[in-house]
Ligand binder design. Structure first.
Ligand SMILES: Cc1cc2nc3c(=O)[nH]c(=O)nc-3n(C[C@H](O)[C@H](O)[C@H](O)COP(=O)(O)OP(=O)(O)OC[C@H]3O[C@@H](n4cnc5c(N)ncnc54)[C@H](O)[C@@H]3O)c2cc1C
Length: 465
């Protein structure tokens, strides 16, 4: 080769390299080791775990700094270690508690005053169910060494808890450190602080509009709230876009739109009218405090099942009671609009009647008319067929594993309590790491790649379409 060309080669290489980092509109395209899409509980947990492992991470969130639309919205979720016969959920919760302790310890070392109590509020968790399930609840609680009490007759209910239990219904009260409720808003805020302290970047008001597979990296297009476009490249991607997952990954993984169904769920926020609350004596107020959070399956019907918890306390200590129904689901016409949908009269009535009935079961002298609606929210569950979430490498259109692309989706109504564990699993998957703990192995398998392939096969979905 002539000496002239030998001299020219490094210059040509540099120019062609620059072409890689310039898009058609000629502004620089930055490269990142990992792009995480979505700053709800899952994306934030994954980004933290990756940053903690020394990865260079950028988290992109389409909402502003104030999280207002997403499945993680709110101040309280039920988090408990016992869940009938499913030890899987106990592992996910307990591991998440440990991961949260690691997070708050790290923040302490950086001068932040925080503790695990900022995320978890330890309270007894009430579980009301049909008598035929009592034995399995007891067996499971014993196996998991859960500290609990259970009343199985109206007499036991009155003696143990001061409640008026209907015939054929049991009440289990579980007592465990960090069982009770957890606060998604507080956890997301701590995670975002920690991600930045570890050198990660968080960009709000930026939506991913397109993802393409380029030469050894992903090409990611984004749009901010003013419509300005940016492009990134990334070696690895975590998609944690919640209900938007199906449409976002339509190109890469068209099957996800069929496997994950977003459904609208509603939440009513009720308060005992102040004039009534002030009439309640200390016994009644304590009874009220012990009654929440609750999972009530005692009606034995989907319509009659609800979960309920305190969202926050008013200045006078009067709690705002949030109630929703795991099975109160409706179809969604437009994912962008669903968050603004008002509750129907029927939904408000359902919320008040179930809350009133439950409070009277606690011996509280509260009529339905004593309850007032103080807020309402339409929210979204992203459901898989089994209602067990997915945290898996992507199945490509040719049916192979894409080890550089992890999807976290289908978190349904149980994601929050396991979020920190799902984040750990996602970070491990991208790094090809595993863990030996049988609980971890079971959890990773339940949400992982073989499960995802099985779901695709089960529905006879062609991954290409
Ligand atoms: C009403 C209700 C009650 C629940 N109760 C409980 C409970 O008691 N216990 C429990 O454990 N769990 C509960 N859950 C479940 C738990 O809250 C969810 O599983 C969890 O919050 C899901 O988090 P996520 O990060 O997957 O989704 P999200 O919080 O929805 O996060 C997805 C994020 O991605 C962003 N995004 C979407 N598209 C893009 C894009 N193109 N570009 C950039 N960003 C994008 C969104 O803005 C959003 O912030 C409940 C859920 C609901 C809805």
């Amino acid at each position: 080769m002539p000496a002239f060309f030998l001299l020219l080669m490094p210059i040509l290489a540099l120019v062609s390299g620059l072409c890689w980092v310039r898009d058609a509109d000629a502004y620089p395209v930055k490269h990142h080791e990992v792009v995480v899409i979505g700053g709800g509980l899952m994306g934030s947990a994954a980004a933290w775990q990756l940053a903690r492992d020394g990865k260079e991470v950028i988290l992109l969130e389409k909402q502003g700094h104030n999280y207002s639309q997403g499945s993680s919205k709110g101040l309280a979720r039920i988090a408990r270690s016992n869940n009938l016969a499913r030890d899987l959920w106990s592992y996910l919760h307990n591991r998440s508690v440990r991961e949260t302790a690691t997070l708050t310890s790290f923040l302490n070392t950086q001068g932040y005053v925080t503790s695990i109590a900022d995320v978890y509020r330890t309270t007894p968790v009430n579980y009301l169910g049909r008598m035929k399930y009592a034995d399995s609840v007891i067996t499971s609680s014993k196996r998991q060494k859960v500290d609990y009490k259970i009343a199985r007759t109206p007499e036991e209910g009155a003696a143990m808890f001061g409640v008026q239990l209907p015939e054929g219904v049991f009440l289990q009260r579980e007592f465990n450190d960090h069982s009770g409720t957890m606060n998604p808003e507080a956890l997301i805020s701590l995670l975002h602080t920690a991600i930045k302290l570890k050198g990660g970047t968080i960009v709000y008001n930026t939506a991913i509009s397109d993802i393409q597979w380029g030469d050894n990296h992903y090409l990611i297009a984004t749009e901010d709230q003013h419509g300005s476009e940016r492009k990134f490249t990334a070696s690895q991607v975590v998609s944690a876009a919640g209900p938007q997952t199906g449409s976002l990954l339509r190109e890469q993984a068209p099957y996800l739109e069929k496997l994950i169904t977003p459904k609208r769920v509603f939440l009513a926020f009720l308060q005992i009218r102040p004039e009534k609350y002030h009439q309640l004596d200390d016994h009644a107020r304590n009874q009220l405090k012990r009654a929440y959070p609750v999972i009530n399956s005692s009606a034995g019907t989907r319509q009659g099942s609800f979960y309920s918890m305190f969202e926050y306390f008013g200045a006078d200590g009067n709690p705002v009671i949030k109630i929703g129904g795991h099975f109160q689901r409706s179809n969604i016409n437009n994912l962008e609009d669903v968050w603004h949908q008002r509750l129907s009269g029927e939904e408000i009535r359902w919320s008040i009647e179930n809350t009133g009935r439950y409070l009277r079961m606690q011996g509280l002298p509260v009529d339905d008319e004593d309850l007032q609606l103080v807020d309402e929210v339409s929210c979204v569950y992203s459901l898989t067929r089994s209602e067990v979430p997915l945290v898996s490498q992507l199945v490509t259109r040719s049916g192979e594993m894409d080890g550089n692309f992890v999807v976290m989706a289908g978190m349904s109504g149980v994601g929050a309590k396991g979020a920190m564990t799902y984040g750990r699993i996602a970070a491990n998957l991208l790094q090809g790491k595993s863990e030996n703990d049988p609980g971890y192995v079971e959890a990773a398998e339940a949400v992982g790649f073989i499960r995802l392939k099985g779901d695709i096969d089960h529905l006879h979905i062609n991954p290409e379409k």
